[in-house]
Design a protein around this ligand. Structure first.
Ligand SMILES: C[C@H](O)[C@@H](O)[C@@H](O)C(=O)CO
Ligand SMILES: [Mn+2]
Length: 587
């Protein structure tokens, strides 16, 4: 059982005994219990278990009870703090002062008592003390004692909780780099200060030779390996070998590659999270693993120049299933691109869904498509589209074979059916790796993402003088006529997974048109999640004090700490000024 951080709920009350406090005790505690019920019913941890809440033992009417609550929260691994109140209370005496906990206050909009006034007063206290907090206040007045949580309040409570839990779950975990810098990709020059100061994470580094050592010593669970290999042979169908005939590996060599990449997969997972079985085998130290929430495998080029590549391992570990059945994905970045790994992690922790890692490879204008194929894009793709493709770490959930009301989606692992698992696997072909690129061989996953799926692509970049910045684009996957797809796809790397992506454009700036999105993308990679999760990413980024340099989230959906309003009326400039003023969460 994972020891996930809990959400702490603080019922705040007017401390005046002799009438006022007594009249409010039940209503105030009911608010806390109702929010706890909402979180426990609507939110899940990455392992699929319901999110847990801790409510203060008493309503908080003054500093003593605030301190008692803080002590309880610390003892019970609370990682997110929400204060709720229907009435006036004493801001600086009751506010949550823990600088590390993402915090919000819900002021009930019931005018019998001044709950909204407390909200504003205490947000002012938070702003004055440099402890930014989110303000939640329903648009419509409710009657005192009304226990219904309106949709606008519910939406903000859940968005705050999802982002707050992401912050809390990351704290103290590791990014595990297996190998080092891949082909000069600066995302694989792992910046430990960023992980430490902004995410509260630590960095673990393992040379790729450790994977080879464990393969040579059979340092993995032999029984699981046999099951894994049998499962792989049954469900991972080998595709055509497109290599030049003089380079093609023999059948025996190809079979060895299958065995090798299955072992790699077990070993990379064990390196990330450990495996008690290794202790039984006499490897107690290796059994610990590296406490990694996310990892990166360098692969290219020192490993792949003579050993089978990491594509099979990366693709399968990032998927929501394997020989052990459905399970939470392991976030693994190919090319050890730690910044794309973090981008995938942000998306994952906000959705509990597996992620696509891709190169942002090509913008196809309508004219170019027509020139090479004779077909002019229509519909969502009429103004062009972007080719997302990278060998390796694209989850097989990205095939779009999981359905909701007939539409392609990606689901949390606990919602995926066995039939959908098999459909994702059936839609994937494992081609012998391109030996020009991957001299050591291996297998690359090939699939085409179904069109019509709402997706969000994001990317974290490090910019000297600014620090980390996040960019994101909500949009949709699109499907092309089969012949057009083949023409365009085969101009690239036919053994890799393809997603055709159309960002939602606004006609302005980086979102002026599809081309501008590609031109403004800050790196070779992007992390693609199912769903339009841009608003949650903005909320998460503000908690981490990471400014967002590019997004296409409509302004009414933007939810950031109330202090951001004090940094100016232009949302984006204010975001930068606020993040610069507060600095990293764990500085
Ligand atoms: C196989 C190639 O080296 C690819 O790995 C390379 O083009 C990239 O993905 C760069 O991000
Ligand atoms: Mn790449």
């Amino acid at each position: 059982m994972n020891n996930y951080p809990k959400i702490g709920i603080r019922p705040i009350i007017d401390g005046r005994l002799g009438g006022i406090r007594e009249s409010l005790e039940e209503t105030t505690m009911n608010m806390a219990q109702d929010v706890a019920a909402l979180f426990q019913s609507e939110l899940r941890y990455p392992d699929g278990s319901p999110v847990q809440c801790v409510i203060a033992d008493t309503c908080i009417g003054g500093v003593r009870e605030a301190a008692d609550c803080a002590q309880k929260f610390e003892a019970e691994n609370v990682g997110v703090s929400l204060s709720v109140t229907p009435c006036w209370c004493y801001g600086s005496e009751t506010m949550d002062m823990n600088p590390l906990l993402p915090k919000a206050i819900w002021g009930f909009n019931g005018t019998e008592r001044p709950g909204a006034v407390y909200l504003a007063a205490t947000l002012a206290a938070h702003n004055q003390k440099g402890l930014p907090a989110f303000g939640i206040y329903g648009e419509d007045v409710q009657d005192m004692g009304d226990r219904f949580i309106p949709d606008d309040v519910k939406e903000k409570l859940l968005s705050f909780a999802r982002a707050g839990l992401a912050v809390a779950i990351m704290r103290g975990k590791s990014y595990l780099a297996i190998g080092s810098v891949s082909m000069g990709i600066v995302g694989s020059i792992v910046d430990a200060d960023f992980f430490q100061n902004y995410l509260g994470m630590r960095n673990e580094y393992v040379d790729s030779s450790e994977v080879l050592r464990r393969i040579q010593l059979n340092l993995f669970d032999q029984d699981e390996y046999e099951r894994a290999l049998a499962w792989t042979k049954k469900y991972c169908k080998e595709g055509e070998d497109f290599n030049q005939s003089h380079k093609v590996k023999s059948r025996a060599e190809k079979d060895n590659d299958w065995e090798f990449v299955v072992k790699m997969t077990l070993i990379i997972r064990d390196l990330m999270i450990g495996n008690k079985k290794l202790k039984d085998m006499g490897y107690a130290e290796e059994a610990h693993g590296h406490h990694a929430l996310v990892s990166g495998f360098q692969g290219q080029r020192q490993w792949t120049d003579f050993l089978p590549n990491g594509d099979f391992s990366e693709a399968l570990l990032n998927s929501s299933f394997d020989w052990n059945g459905k399970r939470a994905p392991f976030i693994v970045a190919t090319e050890n691109d730690s910044l794309n790994g973090v981008s995938m992690l942000f998306n994952y922790l906000l959705t509990n869904k597996a992620q696509i890692f891709a190169d942002v490879r090509t913008f196809w204008s309508p004219d170019a498509v027509e020139r090479v194929s004779g077909w002019r894009p229509t519909g969502v793709a009429q103004h062009g589209f972007i080719h997302l493709i990278n060998s390796g770490a694209a989850t097989l959930d990205g095939t779009g074979k999981q359905k909701y009301e007939g539409e392609p989606v990606m689901k949390p692992h606990w919602e995926i059916s066995d039939e959908e698992v098999e459909a994702c696997l059936a839609a994937t072909t494992w081609h012998p790796a391109n030996l020009d690129y991957f001299r050591g061989g291996g297998y690359s996953s090939k699939f085409l993402t179904e069109g019509g799926m709402p997706v969000t692509m994001c990317r974290l970049n490090l910019v000297k003088g600014v620090g980390p910045v996040l960019q994101l684009a909500e949009g949709w996957t699109v499907e092309l006529p089969e012949n057009v797809n083949r023409l365009l796809d085969e101009r690239t790397d036919r053994t890799w997974p393809t997603t055709w992506f159309v960002p939602k454009t606004t006609g302005e700036g980086a979102f002026r048109d599809v081309y501008s999105v590609m031109a403004a993308w800050g790196s070779n990679h992007g992390a693609i999640s199912h769903g339009h999760i841009g608003a949650d990413l903005l909320t998460l980024a503000s908690m981490l004090r990471i400014p967002v340099c590019m997004h296409n989230v409509e302004s009414p959906r933007i939810f950031r700490p109330s202090a951001w309003n004090a940094f100016g009326m232009d949302h984006e400039g204010a975001d930068y000024r606020a993040c610069a003023s507060y600095g990293p969460l764990y500085k």
